[in-house]
Every structure is written in C-alpha cells, then in structure tokens.
Design a protein around this ligand. Sequence first.
Ligand SMILES: Cc1ncc(C[n+]2csc(CCOP(=O)(O)OP(=O)(O)O)c2C)c(N)n1
Ligand SMILES: [Mg+2]
Length: 295
Amino acid sequence: MNDMTQHFHQVEMKPKEFKSEVEPVWCPGCGHYGVLAGMYRAMSELGLDPNYTVNLSGIGCSSRTPYFVQSYKMHTLHGRAGAVATGTQLARPDLAVIVTGGDGDGFSIGGGHMPHLARKNINMTYILMDNRIYGLTKGQVSPTSRKEMKAYTTPYGGVEEPLDPVLYMLTYGATYVGQAFAGNPKMCASLIKGALEHQGFSFVNIFSQCPTFNKIDTAKYFKGLVVDVPDDLELDDSSSAMAHVQQVNRQGKLAVGLLHQSQRTTLDQEMARLVKKVGGNAEYDLQKIVDLSRP
Ligand SMILES: Cc1ncc(C[n+]2csc(CCOP(=O)(O)OP(=O)(O)O)c2C)c(N)n1
Ligand SMILES: [Mg+2]
C-alpha cells in the first residue's frame, strides 16, 4: 500500500455475491454486461463492503448499473450523478463512491460537471460505459459518436467532431485514467480495481458496444483496434499519456490499459485542512456530521 491507496471496510464476497436481486435488462450482446462483470470481480478482489459502498448514476441504459450491484445506490437526474456523488463523498468520506454512466449522460448533459470532478480531485471512481450513442432513447448521436455517423437525429450523417473522454479527463487533471474494452472483462476488472484503490478522482473509459442502435462501433470493431499501453509509459506524467493516446488515435486505433496515475490532495482532504486552519478543532467537521448521523 502507498499513499495513493484507499482504505476500505472489507468483507469476503465472491464476484457473484455482488449481484443484486435485480436482473439486468440490457439487450443481448450489450457491452455493458462486460463492464458489470468487471465491476463484480473488482469489488470481490478488493472485498468492498456493500454497506460502505454507494453506486450513483444519471439516466441511460448504463445508468441502470446500480440496480444490479450490491451496494447503496442513487439513480439521480440525467447528467447529475457526478455532482450528487461529490456531495455524497464530502458528507461521507468513509464510503467508496462509484459513478457509472454513459457517454451521453457524462459528456452531453453532464459535460459541465466533468472538468470539476477532475480538477477538484474528488475521491471517487467514475466508470464511463462508452457505446458512442444514446442507447436508452433509441439511438441518437452522442459527443463520442464519430463524425459521419447516421443515427436517429442525423439521417444524413453527423457533422460534429467527437471528443476523446480520456484526453479530456487527462487535460482537466484526473489523477487516475484508464481505458478498456468491455469484451475484455479481465482488463475492465483490473482497471476498475486500480481505480477503486486509488485515492483521488479515478476515471475509466470502457468501449461498450450497443448492438441494437450502433451498428458501426461493434464488438468486433473495438476488438480489432485496441492497442495495449506500452510498459515504458511514464504513468505519473499526464503529458506522456496524452501524447500516447493522440499517437494511437492518429493511427485509427484505441489505446487500452492504465494511462495515468498521480497523487495530489483530494477535495475532502483540502477541506479538512481548511477547517483546521481557520480554527476548527474537529479533525474534519463533516466527519462530525457523519458520526452524529450514526445510530
Ligand atoms: C433532462 C433529460 N433530458 C433528456 C433525457 C432523455 N435521455 C434519457 S437517457 C439519454 C441518453 C443516454 O445515453 P448514454 O448516457 O450514452 O447511455 P446509454 O443508454 O447509451 O448507456 C437521454 C438523452 C432525460 N431523461 N432527461
Ligand atoms: Mg451511450
């Protein structure tokens, strides 16, 4: 364990014991199943106590994930999971806070929140299930859809350039950034595990095929393009990660693996420091509220 490592309430549970009583309602072949399998595995490997874990989401197929996971959960407003998770983390710094959501939820309607989660280094894990489409609403282009994509709202093809989620989060200062393909649940699990262990804002982008509404970015398509991060990538230098991702993107491929991990104080730590500085005698005033709220 190093300074970047989180301390959890731990239990011994098998991956399948992290399944809730609610069965996933996703279409057959949806990549989101791979992400969920990765989550169960990561949570089991860490022994994450469901009583001290909260999984938040906005709206979308991907945003249904909390229903299927043994944990506390909040199904919030479209695009607002990150903001609600920020409040949750500050009020209950003893919880593992996980956001699961889609490309539309995170980068369209929720786009205004994303830079702030990263720059403030909120101690949470954000898992983006990137199917490059609005799945739940039956197939409109999203900010990660490729430019020429024909979809419900773009019958003649899209006209907007897509954004790259990992370049975006690296730019705004996320302290843990990884990328994977849902067809490789083992890699998903290992990146999610690392993200949960990381102290600070961790972001994992997972390419997740939507076989119903996105006929271009299929599982086969993603599988053919993934390129593993080289062993000699300087993980603590975000500019190396950005250069690597841009180089791989230029070749029309997709960089997968752990891209960046660095250490910086989190917002809750900064606030605790501030409370002390202005004469608060509590270790952290919000912790006092937590203690008072316990039966
Ligand atoms: C305020 C608001 N605007 C629009 C919608 C409609 N809506 C629901 S989900 C969604 C997009 C979902 O796409 P994404 O986040 O990529 O998730 P996916 O279903 O693809 O997993 C939209 C536009 C809504 N529910 N609320
Ligand atoms: Mg989507």
